[in-house]
Design a protein around this ligand. Structure first.
Ligand SMILES: *Cc1c(COP(=O)(O)O)cnc(C)c1O
Length: 405
């Protein structure tokens, strides 16, 4: 039996058994349903972070529960030494929503490699770029691509990189959103440019209009690949299946994770055209990648998003939340940015942790993603009513954070 009976209890057990790399969180969450979660003290919250943009259908969604339960009872794991029909089906469905399906008239226009996390997806993407024969890779300052050594080499945040250097060589960082800076470094030695359509971990900072299109053109001219890290923005998070579709471009490589498995650990790399053919047998692998249980969950999520038009819901609700925050005209709020249900609320003072605490006391979980920015990445099934509850609670929380409570 679990001995944890309160949040305080949870902290004591965590401190003694878990490494300190996350610090000690304040809440122990024990149960979830839809967009709601309950802590070990029995308090209820509306979860506006969704496990960091992961729980697309919220917690304990009946269709995910059924898919996972049936799959684990049928066949839980087989490795990639055998064909796993669930992974094949999910790959075909993913290519379809990405606009890359073959539709029966021959081969698909892209290929999928399943992995287990965002970092692992970017590691695989980096290995794919090496197969071009070029080794120079361009990424952006402030960008986040994961914590493993290759993904960390792409990550443009010195505080996360420096304790672990030397990292994988060959990566050059340029300011995000600056077309001239990008075009000045991309040359005939450049294997790839790796970009987030919206910087997620850096504080929900969308690429300026035209930037992704310019990056597509610059890489095309240099014969370099454009790798879009859609680990956070992909799979309906921003009100379209993938952010590249809103930009009207087609990248060479797309990396996915976070929401892809609906709460189960699953990542994917989509290689478009030739980029999908660069890894040859024996060059890369993962024991768990494409695990049937995770793929069954992903397939259930994909079908629910398509059937329930969740992209439209996400786009509309995201606009309502953004407008609602702006209409508060609160002196502490300087702006709202993002797309769909990936929203950054920017503050005039570096009090985001205090705002998150105050909001939590009011029954809402949000993320102080930067000292002066709050991130919302709720389940895509968040209701208008739940969003309105948050907007009603926000002014008092902002007031109390401003007063230093
Ligand atoms: C979260 C994130 C990653 C890393 O994903 P993990 O599953 O934590 O390894 C990579 N890229 C982006 C854009 C992310 O948001």
């Amino acid at each position: 039996m679990n001995e944890i009976r309160s949040n305080l209890d949870g902290q004591a057990h965590w401190r003694s058994a878990l490494m300190d790399n996350y610090g000690t969180p304040g809440l122990t969450l024990v149960r979830g349903e839809g967009a709601r979660v309950w802590d070990a003290d029995g308090r209820e919250y509306v979860d506006l972070l969704g496990g960091i943009a992961v729980n697309a259908l919220g917690h304990a969604h009946p269709e995910v529960v059924r898919a996972v339960t049936e799959q684990i009872a049928t066949m839980g794991h087989i490795s990639n030494l055998y064909i796993n029909p669930v992974a094949v089906e999910f790959a075909e469905a993913l290519l379809d929503v990405a606009g890359l399906a073959g539709h029966g008239d021959g081969e698909a226009k892209g290929r999928v490699l399943f992995v287990n996390s965002g970092a692992e997806a970017n590691e695989a993407a980096l290995k794919i770029t090496r197969r071009t024969g070029r080794t120079k890779v361009i990424a952006c300052e402030g960008a986040f691509h994961g914590r493993t050594m290759g993904a960390l080499a792409l990550t443009g945040q010195p505080s996360k990189r420096e304790p672990f250097e030397p990292l994988v060589p060959g990566v050059v960082h340029v300011p995000f959103g600056d077309v001239d800076a990008l075009s000045s470094v991309v040359d005939s030695d450049t294997a790839a440019v790796v970009l987030e359509p919206i910087l997620g971990e850096a504080g929900v900072i969308p690429a300026p209009d035209g930037y992704l299109q310019a990056a597509r053109e610059i890489t095309r001219r240099a014969g370099a690949m454009l790798v879009l890290d859609e680990v956070q923005t992909g799979f309906a998070r921003t009100g379209v299946w993938f952010a590249f579709q809103r930009a009207g471009i087609m990248p060479d490589v797309i990396t996915l994770a976070k929401g892809l498995g609906g709460g189960l650990p699953l990542g994917a790399v989509i290689g478009v055209g030739e980029a999908g053919d660069l890894l040859k047998p024996g060059q890369h692998g993962t024991t768990f990648g494409g695990n049937p249980v995770c793929c069954a969950a992903g397939l259930a999520v994909l079908r629910a998003i398509a059937r329930d038009n969740l992209n439209d819901h996400v786009a509309a609700l995201g606009k309502d939340i953004s407008n609602g925050v702006e209409e508060l005209r609160h002196p502490l709020v300087s702006g709202v940015r993002g797309a769909g249900l990936l929203i950054g609320i920017t503050l005039r003072e570096a009090v985001a942790p205090a705002v998150a605490k105050a909001v939590e006391r009011a029954g809402y979980l949000v993320n102080p993603v930067a000292p002066d920015a709050i991130r919302l990445a709720p389940p895509l099934i968040l209701t208008h009513e739940q969003a309105e509850g948050f907007l009603d609670a926000l002014p008092a929380a902002l007031d109390s954070a401003k007063k230093g409570e």
